[in-house]
Design a binder for this molecule. Structure first.
Ligand code: NAD
Length: 252
């Protein structure tokens, strides 16, 4: 049965074990475009999947070109009211895990216990060698590309450098997925925020939580395939709705 907004506030207030789950939508109010909204990343860029990245120098050059353009906005972005609302849930001692598909590091910047944040799709804050795993900062990688090294390679072993993110077609990180499944199976309330819920396997987590007995709350400005299964769907801006839902006072 669908709950009202005020029943959901109560549901969250009573919950002892919650999971937060976010997609790119939570960061649009910090100025980072999502993938699928009008004007989002895919309105302006061709998607380079993992296979293309590893098999084609032209693909690597295009992937790095896109990342160099996106990086300054992501590096300078600040957490917004939505990110802070999840920190409030952690402060209340009820957040089992902060699972995110985002690669922008804004949950960590908002002040979470770093052990609580599970990045399913990696991070854009670093670049990693696909052969030896050696990592460098994104600032360093971008500086190299800007200086003309258009598809940079690892200085230790010569392997391809790629942002430490999970591309389409690339294996998911095992440890993170395991932790995410475990938290989803053990929570009382699963709060899915700012995700179109179409990218799998991440999008299977809300359904897993629901099947395991949790209440599912979705906050998203556009419909998702899991809306019918949810106990409450909030069709509003995240920065407005989420602080209210977790019991924060206006402006606080
Ligand atoms: P998505 O673009 O598919 O979906 C974002 C959803 O958020 C959309 O349904 C949109 O309607 C909604 N939305 C956007 N702004 C909102 C707001 N202010 N209030 C309420 N709803 C809002 O993104 P996704 O589901 O995360 O999946 C795609 C992939 O995007 C992820 O794997 C992620 O790695 C990647 N990505 C991440 C970032 C980031 O780290 N900030 C940015 C772009 C893409």
């Amino acid at each position: 049965m669908s709950q009202t907004f005020s029943e959901a506030i109560e549901m969250i207030a009573q919950a002892r074990r919650m999971v937060g789950f976010t997609g790119a939508g939570i960061s649009t109010e910090s100025g980072i475009p999502d993938f699928r909204s009008p004007g989002g990343v895919w309105a302006n860029n061709r998607m380079i999947d993992y296979q293309e990245f590893i098999s084609s120098r032209a693909g690597r050059i295009e992937a790095w070109r896109q990342k160099v353009i996106a990086w300054p906005e992501m590096r300078d972005a600040q957490p917004n009211a939505g990110h802070l609302a999840f920190v409030e849930l952690e402060r209340q001692g009820k957040l089992l895990a902060m699972i995110t598909q985002n690669i922008d590091g804004l949950h960590q910047r908002a002040g979470h216990d770093l052990n609580n944040v599970i990045e399913l799709h990696g991070t854009m804050l670093r670049a990693a060698c696909l052969s030896c795993g050696d990592q460098i900062s994104m600032d360093e990688a971008v500086a190299r590309v800007a200086a003309g090294d258009l598809a940079p390679e690892c200085k230790s072993c010569g392997g391809y450098l790629k942002t430490a993110t999970i591309s389409f077609g690339q294996a998911m990180p095992e440890r993170e997925m395991h932790r995410a499944y475990e938290a989803s199976e053990n929570c009382e309330v699963f709060l899915a925020v700012g995700s179109s819920l179409v990218v799998h396997p991440a999008a299977s987590l809300p359904a897993l939580a629901k099947q395991s007995g949790a209440k599912l709350i979705i906050i998203n400005r556009t419909p998702t395939p899991l809306d019918e299964m949810a106990d409450l769907v909030v069709r509003d801006e995240i920065g407005k709705a989420l602080p209210k839902l977790v019991g924060m006072k206006e402006g606080g």
